[in-house]
Ligand binder design. Structure first.
Ligand SMILES: [Zn+2]
Length: 76
């Protein structure tokens, strides 16, 4: 499999943190997906996309235990 972005051929399963945005909050969800080592493009299969959608729904329904790791700030 070659990267569709940079045509690189080194794509490895990698632990990454997917950012899910719920309102003004960003939630990091750890997932393991193929990532191009040259350009960083992530490849999501159908199952991963379904998992992300499921977790997003659970987050919106506040069914997930979360802890704060940082703050999102903007200029006043
Ligand atoms: Zn690439």
């Amino acid at each position: 499999m070659k990267c569709i972005i940079c045509n690189g051929d080194d794509i490895r399963k990698t632990d990454v943190k997917e950012e899910l945005k719920i309102g003004n909050d960003i939630i990091f969800l750890p997932i393991n997906v193929p990532v191009c080592t040259s350009c960083g493009e992530r490849y999501y299969d159908r199952r991963t996309i379904q998992y992300l959608e499921k977790e997003e729904k659970r987050l919106k329904e506040k069914k997930v235990n979360l802890h704060e790791v940082g703050k999102v700030l903007e200029y006043a």
